[in-house]
Structure formats: C-alpha cells, structure tokens
Write a protein that binds this ligand. Structure first.
Ligand code: ACO
Length: 389
C-alpha cells in the first residue's frame, strides 16, 4: 500500500492509495448485502435462494428498485406497464439495422440504450413519475433490443413482443422465434433473478458515478452496459465456454489448470473480490443446469466444468478462489439455445434492475463522485518548438 502526503491550503493529510478501491466504502446502501465468507447474498434482506424459488424477475425488480415486495395490485400494474412498453420505436429498429452485424451485441445494446435518451429527452430526475416511467421503459425495452439485434444480424426483421407471454417467456420467444417450454422460461427467469444485483461491482459503480452527475437514466444504463462488457466482469461468462472447449475432456482439467496457473493466466469464472468461498449464485446456477439437463439432455461440457471445479479446489481454494456466477451460467444458456455472445447482454437485461435501484438510491443522497489521485508525472517542463524535438 502506497502512502503519500498531499499539501493544499488545509493541513497536510495522509492518503493511502487503494488500487481498484478494494475495501474502500464509497457509499451507504440498503439494496444488497453480501457475506463473502459465508457465501450469502440477500436483496433488501431476502435471500436470493428464496427469491429464485418463489418470486418472478419482475417482482424481484420491483423489490430492488422500490425497497419492498409489491402488493398484488402493484405487481399487476408494474407487469402491465412493462408489457405496454416492450415495443421499440421504428426509428430505434432502423438505427439498429445500420449497426454492423459483425459487432458485439453488448456494443449494440450500449448504443441502443443510450439512444433512448434522444427519444425521451425530458430530464426530470426529481419527478417520481419520470423515474417510474424511465424504470418501466428500460426494464421493458432492453430485452427487446437484445432480441432485435440477434435477428437483425441474421438478416431478419425483429419480431414483435407477444402480449400473452410473460416477461422471460416473451424474451425467449423474440430471440428464438419459438414459444419456449415452460421449464426453460422459468429457469431463465430464475437466472435473471440471480444476476439482478450485486452491490458495488464495477458496472454498478459506473452507474452510480454517472448518476451522480444528474444525467439521464439512459446514460446511466449505457455507461453500466459498457462497463459490464469487459472480460474481467460480465464478459467472463463467454470466456468460460471457450475455456471448457479448450480443456476438451474431464481428465485434462488438472493439466490445463497447472499450465494456466504456471503462466499466471486467470481461470475464467473463478475468483471474486467479495467471495472467498463458492459464489452462492454459482451453486444455484449449477442446480438449474442440472434441472435442464434432466429434462432436455446433458451437455458434455458439464463434466468438464465439474472436473475443473474439483481440480481447482486444491490448487486455488487455499487462496479463496472458487467458481463465481459466470462459471455455470453459460452452460444454462447454452442448453436454452442462446448463442455465446448473448450471455453478457442477458446479464445486462437482468442487472438493469440493480443499476436502476442504485440510480434511485444515488439520487436520494447525491454527491458527485470526484476521487483524487497521486500525481506521478513530470513537473514544470519547458515547451520545445516542433523543429527542436
Ligand atoms: N484464476 C487464477 N488466479 C486467480 C484468479 C483466477 N480466476 N482470480 C484471482 N486469482 C489470483 C491472482 O492471480 C492473484 O494471485 P497472486 O496474489 O498470487 O498474484 C490473487 O488471486 C488475487 O487476484 P486479483 O486479480 O488481485 O483479485 P481481484 O479481487 O482483483 O479480482 C477478479 C477479482 C477480477 C474477479 C479475478 O478473480 C478474475 O480476474 N477472475 C477471472 C475473471 C472472472 O471470472 N470474472 C468474473 C467475476 S464475477 C463478475 O464480475 C460478474
């Protein structure tokens, strides 16, 4: 840890540099509580295992954003509003048709989400109706954007949402053009619940920093989507599948790990800043994968994943490195027929609930984020004319 003294017009202060802000509280929050030693995760005081078993994603979204589980009429109203706002303006669809089909769907999502600020440009962030409408629009339209880009890049026109289908079933329908099996839709909805919130991770911090400038919620969500895309964050779920393909068979897992660890390569889907045990979401996702395999047939990569987890335990466990949320989610999505580069956009569909909860919380006691730095660069240089350099 580096220490230095800063001098300004106040008393000299000692400042400790904490790279990555590890362990530095930057806000107070009542949204999500993580016990990284016990492997426990709660949203607004409710265990995620119970929410995933008993709630729907939209009910969980309401809980995260407004602090309490909705009453029956609040939930009905919220679901109706979301259903009414699922469609995209033809202008957004036409804009998306101009995106390069080879581009990553996360980039398409970031651009489309940001574009909503052009369509809904009133910035009344102290008006509860504006906040409710923005929440509804973002929760409703983000899945439609993800599904639309998938069809557009295949050269097809996006299909319209179906009003008779609930949130998750409708998304899978818009994506695959088939009405999903009820078990597939329920498992998908439970995956969204598990990914909906996780305190001050990189993308949520990004959302809160953007929110603290009092900009519009579409910019808040677009900046969070861009942050989630990185391979050290949400993008890891795609790399896990690539890694399992590289390992090839369960008996090669130990050899793969030894080589990777020796060359200081990170094992994708392992490790977490908060958890020093297996991420509780990884255990639940593993059980969802098994539910799907029992019904629709096994994925041969599952045995590779289990072997990798078992072999990693003696090698990485002593350092507190265990599977995180990204380790088993890709196997669930693969079984649902979802292409690999949509895993992170699906993470975003879910996490928008947490980002919006943090947007509201940030606005309720806002102070613009403006950390400091330790300047290490040159001082007092003489400017040289071009011909003398
Ligand atoms: N594989 C091998 N070693 C690891 C791993 C891993 N996945 N993760 C951490 N380590 C080791 C590091 O090499 C380091 O070892 P050292 O002290 O001997 O140098 C030590 O553990 C600490 O690692 P850091 O990278 O400093 O830990 P940090 O808390 O900064 O990183 C992170 C957390 C980024 C998640 C890291 O574990 C990682 O890169 N994992 C792989 C990518 C991944 O799965 N990301 C998804 C995270 S979940 C999410 O964002 C949704």
């Amino acid at each position: 840890m580096e220490e230095f003294k800063i001098e300004n017009n106040q008393e000299p202060t000692s400042i400790e540099l904490r790279p990555g802000l590890e362990g530095v509280p930057v806000t107070q929050s009542s949204i999500c509580d993580i016990d990284g030693i016990k492997g426990d995760l709660k949203y607004r005081g409710y265990s995620i295992a119970e929410l995933a078993q008993k709630s729907s994603f939209l009910e969980t979204t309401f809980l995260l954003i407004w602090g309490n589980l909705p009453t029956a009429s609040q939930l009905r109203e919220f679901e109706n509003q979301i259903q009414m706002h699922r469609r995209l303006s033809f202008r957004v669809r036409d804009m998306m048709k101009c995106f390069p089909e080879s581009g990553h769907p996360m980039d398409a999502l970031q651009s489309s989400a940001a574009s909503l600020g052009l369509f809904y440009s009133r910035r009344a962030i102290d008006d509860p109706k504006y906040i409710y409408d923005a929440v509804v629009r973002l929760i409703a339209k983000i899945p439609t954007m993800v599904a639309a880009f998938q069809l557009i890049r295949k050269g097809q026109d996006p299909i319209q949402p179906r009003d008779d289908l609930p949130y998750s079933a409708n998304f899978l329908y818009m994506l695959t053009e088939k009405e999903p099996d009820p078990l597939a839709a329920r498992v998908f909805d439970r995956c969204l619940i598990l990914h909906a919130e996780h305190s001050l991770n990189a993308s949520t911090f990004s959302a809160r920093v953007t929110a603290s400038t009092l900009t519009d919620p579409y910019a808040v969500i677009a900046s969070a989507v861009g942050t989630l895309a990185g391979p050290l964050h949400g993008g890891a779920n795609e790399d896990v599948i690539k890694m399992l393909q590289e390992v090839q068979t369960p008996d090669l897992a130990g050899k793969y790990l030894d080589k990777a660890i020796k060359s200081k390569q990170k094992i994708m889907g392992f490790g977490h800043r908060e958890y020093k045990v297996k991420d509780p979401r990884a255990s639940l996702l593993q059980s969802f994968a098994e539910e799907l395999f029992a019904r629709f047939g096994k994925d041969e990569m599952y045995d590779v994943a289990k072997a990798l987890e078992a072999e990693a335990s003696p090698r990485l466990g002593p350092k507190g490195i265990y599977p995180n949320v990204d380790f088993y989610s890709g196997l669930v999505y693969r079984k649902l027929g979802i292409p690999r580069d949509l895993f992170t956009p699906i993470f975003a569909i879910s996490r928008v609930a947490g980002w919006l909860a943090h947007w509201r919380e940030q606005l309720s006691a806002n102070r613009i984020f403006r950390p400091t730095q330790i300047y290490k660069g040159e001082k007092d240089r003489n400017w040289e004319p071009l011909e003398d350099r």
